[in-house]
Ligand binder design. Structure first.
Ligand code: F6R
Length: 603
């Protein structure tokens, strides 16, 4: 995910573009840049790092000009660096582009252009768009854009400028969002409404493969045959704040809602032709007899779910370990151990130290990371990426779901390689993972029910989460999510452990959240529920089974039935929504809970 912004108007372009990019930083923040036309040339400034780095640069050396484009990046191809930042210029510096999306056939196009003598200056897929446009350009930018669009495969929101037609920006999209803003004496193009809301509320939403030509005098629209089409502006009534969150009140909620897409993209990345496939293929050659999954917080909880998948499918001894413990324990690992490091940010200090410790001991290291080019991604021997895009809310949701998908896919591949499951069984499991996005969308239909129940729980002093085996692993994530955003004390227990001490804490109306999505263990968890009810507890029962307790103390949330290994992907969505609504009822600062940081770069 990246953010793009363009401005054609009367005043200075750079401050308008920069302000727009700030509102789009939620779409990516590893590097940023702008290109402004200034009397016969493009002034391009691009910097690795947050937008503030670019802003500082532009304060020192302002770029004049009244038309330009900008970009805030979330790296997918090529690590975050000045050179890989957008906008990209063709090698003759005649055409400038900014791109959000992925050019899937970029390797073939790059080879073709290199064969024609074109020299590339970045590692990105996007640069082929600039080079291709220059290669095709023969005096008409609109025709060139149409030709480029016909040549590239994948997804895109693109903006183009050309030195020979300096009064216009051409914009086009497929699968990625793009809007055009219209004001008197100026036009704007952006990935999202908040970028332009300060300037205009008149917005045209581009459909796939529609082309917009922007000048300071207005915007014209064309189809791919370059026939003019009529597009009517819509008036945006949202407030600035709600616009940035896509109309939702919090980033956390927006990110919960993005999970079907994130699961689909992450699954696709691990399938033939996907961006993670080359690394997964390389992993097939590794030999090891033990697996350690090392991480912190929610990433550790994802690892705990993954542990069940590896042990049950591959029959390889697997442990999940807290990075902060692992790094100081002189852990028993060697060259026959695969250490899997899981991290959204790729910058968590303890997980970085654990990576280095594992390498020093000769173990093979594989990172599952969300942020491209982060320290853990670079330090590990192998890295695969979750396709969650930037996560803004401190409490992780969509990155967690993406981590589960890659852990499942690794376990299935390994089990197949080891001959533990056949091709058909592996295929059936992957197909079942493919059903998860639809099921998550189904769960979104239950939101009101969850919201109502959460409204009865927000005064709880303490909430316990129980489950067995893989349900226990996901209970730990439910408990962490609740405590971090609602500040309600909470613990997760293996259901069978309750009677060894914790049950003494159960009083009248103590809430126990019980997760029961493993058929073989359902009778055991049901007994635990009976035990706590008889001591006065009320229970939120999350199940994919059929049991209905005859007690009005139990509120049941049903989740769609999938194989027990994949059920955590559904349970977690119910648990996230429950935590969200409890915290919302308490009026907590959901996106920025007290004392927490998104990336824990210190011990
Ligand atoms: C909880 C949460 C944290 C992180 C943990 C590890 O919602 O977000 O527990 O999971 O700090 O962070 P990463 O994944 O960046 O290594």
């Amino acid at each position: 995910m990246c953010g793009i912004m363009g401005f054609a108007g009367g005043g200075e372009a750079a401050p308008v573009i920069l302000d727009g990019l700030k509102r789009l930083e939620y779409r990516g923040y590893d590097s940023a840049g702008i290109a402004v036309y200034d009397g016969g040339r493009f002034c391009v400034v691009k910097r690795k790092g947050r937008l503030s780095v670019l802003e500082g640069e532009l304060q020192k050396a302002p770029v004049p000009g009244s038309i330009g484009i900008g970009h805030t990046r979330w790296a997918t191809h090529g690590e975050p660096s000045d050179a890989n930042s957008h906008p990209h210029l063709g090698s003759m510096s005649r055409i400038a582009i900014a791109h959000n999306g992925i050019v899937e056939n970029y390797k073939a196009l790059r080879e073709y252009l290199a064969g024609k003598g074109v020299a590339f200056s970045s590692d990105t897929d996007s640069e082929v768009v600039a080079q291709l446009a220059e290669h095709y350009y023969s005096g008409n930018l609109l025709e060139t854009v149409a030709k480029v669009i016909n040549a590239i495969e994948g997804s895109f929101a693109l903006e183009f400028m050309c030195l020979d037609e300096p009064d216009k920006i051409i914009a086009v999209k497929k699968y990625n969002p793009l809007i055009v803003g219209i004001a008197s004496g100026a036009t704007y193009v952006a990935s999202d409404v908040p970028a332009i809301l300060r300037h205009t509320r008149q917005v045209v939403y581009l459909a796939d493969r529609e082309i917009a030509v922007l000048t300071r005098d207005g915007a014209a629209f064309y189809n791919m045959d370059l026939e003019p089409i009529q597009k009517r502006p819509e008036t945006i009534s949202w407030s600035m704040d709600s616009a940035e969150k896509g109309g939702y009140e919090h980033f956390m909620y927006k990110e919960i809602m993005e999970q079907p897409r994130v699961i689909e993209d992450t699954l696709k990345s691990a399938m033939p032709g996907g961006s993670n496939e080359p690394v997964l293929d390389a992993l097939d050659a590794l030999r090891f007899d033990r697996i350690k999954i090392v991480a912190c917080g929610s990433a550790y909880n994802a690892g705990s779910v993954g542990r069940y998948a590896f042990e049950s499918l591959c029959r390889i001894p697997t442990e999940a370990d807290l990075a902060s413990e692992f790094r100081y324990r002189d852990a028993l690992i060697d060259e026959n151990t695969l250490v899997i490091l899981v991290s959204q940010s790729g910058e968590t200090a303890d997980t970085i130290a654990a990576t280095l410790e594992a390498k020093a001991k000769g173990a093979k290291t594989l990172a599952i990371v969300n942020v491209v080019g982060s320290t853990i991604a670079k330090e590990a021997d192998y890295t695969i990426y979750t396709m969650a895009g930037p996560e803004i809310a401190v409490a992780t949701t969509k990155a967690f779901s993406a981590q589960l998908i890659l852990l499942y896919m690794l376990a299935i591949r390994l089990a197949h390689r080891l001959g533990r499951i056949g091709r058909e069984e592996a295929g059936a499991m992957v197909a079942e993972i493919g059903t998860l996005p639809g099921h998550v969308r189904g769960i979104f239909g239950e939101v009101e029910k969850i919201q109502h129940y959460a409204a009865t729980c927000f005064n709880s002093k303490s909430i316990f989460f129980i489950g067995r085996n893989i349900d226990y692993a996901i209970a730990m994530e439910g408990s962490l999510k609740l405590k971090e955003i609602s500040y309600i004390h909470s613990e997760a227990y293996a259901g069978g452990e309750l009677k060894h001490g914790t049950i003494s804490l159960i009083e009248d109306n103590t809430l126990v959240v019980a997760i029961s999505c493993c058929d073989r263990l359902a009778p055991k968890t049901e007994s635990n529920v009976e035990q706590v009810i008889s001591r006065g507890a009320k229970v939120l029962y999350i199940t994919s089974g059929g049991i209905a307790f005859g007690s009005d103390k139990v509120f049941t949330l049903r989740e769609p039935r999938v194989g027990e290994l994949f059920a955590p992907s559904l349970s977690v969505v119910l648990l996230q929504l429950f935590s969200y609504y409890v915290a919302a009822n308490k009026g907590c600062d959901i996106d920025k809970p007290r004392n927490l940081a998104k990336s824990v770069t210190v011990e």
